[in-house]
Design a binder for this molecule. Sequence first.
Ligand code: ATP
Ligand code: MG
Length: 602
Amino acid sequence: MLFTQTFIPTLREVPADAVIASHRLMFRSGMLRKLANGLFAYLPLGLRSFRKVEAIVREEMNGIRGLEIKPSVVVPGELWKESGRWDTMGDAMLRVQNRLGGDFVVSPTAEEAVTSLVRDALASYRQLPLTLYQINTKYRDEIRPRYGLMRGREFTMKDAYSYHADEASLDETYRAMGLAYRRIFKRCGLSVIPVRADSGAMGGSDSEEFMVESTIGDNTLILCRTCDYAANVEKAACKAEAAPSQAAALPALEPIHTPSVTTIAQLCDFLKTDARSFIKTLIYRARNVALDLSGAPGSAGLAKRASSPEASPVYPEAFFAVAIRGDLEVNEVKLAAVLKASEVSLAADEEVVRLTAAPRGFAGPVGLTSLPLVADLSLSALQEGITGALQADTHYVHVVYGRDFVPWLSADLRTVVSGDRCALCGGELYEKKGNELGHIFKLGYKYTRSMQVSYLDESGQSHIPLMGTYGIGIDRTLASVIEEHHDEEGIIWPMAVAPYQVIIIPITYAGPVKALADTLAADLEQDRIEVLLDDRNERPGVKFKDADLLGIPYRVVVGEKNLNRDVPVVEVKRRGDAIMRLLEVSKAKAELSRLVYRELAG
Ligand code: ATP
Ligand code: MG
């Protein structure tokens, strides 16, 4: 391909909002342009790399017997009403009406659309397992699109959905996906960290996210220095402290006067101690709680809703007291998972006062009968603690877990931080920031049940299939390749996703230099090597700078002096390497082919 016949509008300037390398370099190299906030256009060069990432993903999906489909992007709102997500997706979901007033959704994801297709076609267990996937446009009305392709509003996702007769089959596909994802990212030249991820209230069990380390990452990863434990902080667990050895006689519970002292910091000052000695009690409001609260304190009058006679009831709203050691934070994602709630949030001040019959700042577990008490495991390791006494200006000291209060439920609720100990091996945990490129997830019956999918088994009995969902952001993956492979001058493409594999730069595109450059390009193209020939009438310095910016793996410079040697040569340099080699013209094609194919083979 001749440079002058393509459309690669390179830029010297960087757009002001481009703060990360991939965003900057994709604009500068003429791969990408912005149409509006979060909306982009791939130009020809960018699209070439995009298609390569897409092709790798497609190959790996086909390799594990995924079947590609192409549903419309605009889907009936009706399907989202069936699954219940019409009401829960919030403002990220773009809803549109057609001229007849019908509701439609511009797909932010496609569990509903694909499940409806499966529902219509599924009859027998013989059709299972079934994995369908698409590589298609998604739209999410992100509040703050940023970092270029990393968080756009419109983007392309590979989303796969699998359907199974039993757990073993779901396990098998889930495992195969996990391996396929590892191969995909490796082939793209990416170092990913697979982490255990929260599956929240989605009703699923296993979930794994594929992260790349990034200073601008939205996710906090918790990693172990000793073993291979890696988890999203939303899910990360740590080793609970050992229970105290029982001291012979602990002092009795004692109220103390603490006038206007309502925060832990104030209490620390007041009592000359540190936050680790406190039992912090927070009142949470939880929505759509699927946990059985019968018999729990304060649950007698709670409203319940049951979707079907056999389904367990859901409490649309319930309040809980959550107690944790004073220096720790409650992890709300873990809390929601423990309560089987769709959402948890701190109760408003007036609710706290109403529910604890005490002013804000004086909640505590001792004598609390109006709410179920959920205690973090850190509390059972406290010898004794200090806590609010459910009355103004009063705290208790010498509070002993199990003696002075007994929680209704005890669970791991803390947010793990650097320095905590690994639950698997006891090693030290540390944090990294990461960006999520992909996510695999066992969904269980969530959609297949609400959307009434069924099949008949061997004996003609009707069953609901199990389901898994698996996504990869193609654009974000591409941007991450650039994040991992660039330097001051520009991109350094891994061969597998490079827009072209060889760039030929004739010092001046004329005479014998032109003739050789043309021949070499044609010969390489015969070998199915992708060549960009910089035929522009520019100074060599400009062409070299652009070649570094574009990051095409092999650069071949053809100059008159080198052609006039006894043995004519061309200069070859791998982008990113410091060394330049001279190749004899007669061997240039064969050697370049060999180099390119060797890198493609990995
Ligand atoms: P995030 O937490 O980054 O918003 P998510 O959890 O919403 O991601 P999923 O719903 O699991 O993402 O979507 C699967 C994949 O789609 C993500 O792993 C990511 O690669 C990609 N993706 C999601 N949102 C965007 C976006 N706004 N722009 C680009 N890619 C995205
Ligand atoms: Mg998101």
